[in-house]
Design a protein around this ligand. Structure first.
Ligand SMILES: O=C(O)C(=O)C[C@]1(C(=O)O)C=C[C@@H](O)C=C1
Length: 381
């Protein structure tokens, strides 16, 4: 058979399908109107079950599963359209609430600011802070929670915290604190991280029996440390590790830390860039107490806890895709204390003020049990 003939038959069928699709979607407006008037929920599980059972029963032979998948998608699009219309008419929709909580700023991101970092002088967070602000006045807190406290209590305008590493993944402790303190991400920076093996001057690789560093750095160098056959000890951060080696008086102890810390703490670099993957990057987030969107913010971060029902994540992804939003990060985490319920971190290459972002937020009610907006920001490379 001639392909051109087959294609023209396909085109004819597609034209009919498109007409029917348009007519089905147009009814979403009437359904939404009726639901707005009656207060009925957009999602009607009993009606959907009946509909899909009917579709399966009437489907052409051998196409039961495909037909159910196709109609699930049609229903999902219909619901998204209904939610868009209903939420546009409501003043308490997720996107209204989110928009009410921030004002896009006209002022540029500040060059001079008081900034809190976790750790001590030489910490990667401090290096990030110096990249983010031209004239930072930096103070240090011993823990991530201490950085959040400094920001929420007003001791510092901003905090700089590691949020994600290309080898070890999200820094969950920081995400948890973001949720519990209600701070916003207002800027981000990506740093290439080289971990170096630092020891007292005169020590050689053969002398080293123990390596101290932050757990993330130890994870990022796990294969290297295994080859060395050394004991590992966790401490608060990589700069503190260098400080510990410097004050220890031991030549069998080494730290995984930055080159800057070798100079700062009078240590020698025994081996450079010992991380398992050369492409080792960490993203640092700048947090502020008040939600603020600086000009040019083109990334947005949200956390969605999905209802534990089949296809929930698929339905979120399908909406992101349909809105032509670029998904730059997706990571899942089990919800503590739940029976394998999952929460997801999404980073979207999408400004908070874009209609696509508002539409996305307003169309998630039916699949999410909880939604949190972390902020919109520019990512500095
Ligand atoms: O019948 C409804 O109430 C609709 O909203 C329509 C529809 C559908 O697309 O068929 C969409 C959502 C509901 O959960 C059930 C069915």
């Amino acid at each position: 058979m001639d392909l051109t003939d087959v294609r023209s038959q396909i085109d004819e069928i597609d034209a009919q399908l498109l007409d029917l699709f348009g007519r089905r979607m147009a009814l979403a407006r009437d359904v939404a109107q009726s639901k707005l008037e009656t207060g009925k929920a957009v999602f009607d599980p009993a009606r959907e079950r009946e509909k899909l059972a009917d579709v399966a029963a009437k489907a052409p032979d051998g196409l039961q599963e495909q037909s159910v998948a196709l109609f699930s998608l049609l229903i999902s699009m219909n619901k998204a359209a209904q939610l868009r219309m209903i939420n546009a008419a409501r003043k308490d929709s997720p996107s209204h609430r989110m928009r009410a909580s921030f004002l896009p700023l006209e002022t540029a991101f500040p060059a001079r600011a008081t900034v809190c970092c976790q750790g001590v002088e030489g910490a990667y967070s401090q290096i990030a802070a110096c990249k983010l602000f031209s004239i930072p006045s930096i103070t240090f807190a011993p823990t991530f929670a201490g950085v959040f406290r400094a920001v929420t209590e007003g001791a510092c305008e901003f905090g700089v915290l590691p949020i994600e590493n290309s080898t070890a993944g999200s820094v969950n402790a920081v995400y948890d604190l973001l949720g519990s303190h209600g701070c916003s991400i207002v800027r981000a920076v990506r740093l290439k991280i080289d971990h170096n093996l630092l020891a007292k001057p005169g020590a050689t690789l053969a002398d080293i029996r123990e390596v101290v560093s932050h757990s993330q750095a130890l994870n990022q160098c796990a294969a290297y440390l295994e080859r060395l056959g050394v004991r590992t000890t966790v401490c608060e951060n990589t700069a503190r590790a260098a400080e510990l080696v410097s004050t220890s008086g031991r030549t069998d102890l080494a730290a995984l830390s930055s080159r800057a810390c070798a100079d700062l703490y009078g240590l020698s670099v025994i081996e450079r860039a010992v991380q398992d993957s050369d492409a080792n990057y960490t993203r640092f987030a700048v947090i502020s107490r008040e939600p603020a969107i600086y000009p040019g913010a083109d990334h947005s971060s949200i956390q969605l806890t999905l209802k534990s029902e089949p296809g929930a994540l698929y339905r979120v992804l399908e909406r992101i895709y349909a809105l032509n939003i670029d998904l730059v990060k997706l990571e899942s985490r089990p919800v503590p204390g739940s029976d394998f319920e999952f929460t997801f971190y999404f980073d979207l290459a999408c400004p908070a003020v874009s209609p696509a972002f508002a539409t996305l937020l307003d169309s998630l009610d039916d699949v999410c049990s909880e939604m949190r907006y972390f902020g919109s920001y520019t990512e500095v490379l």
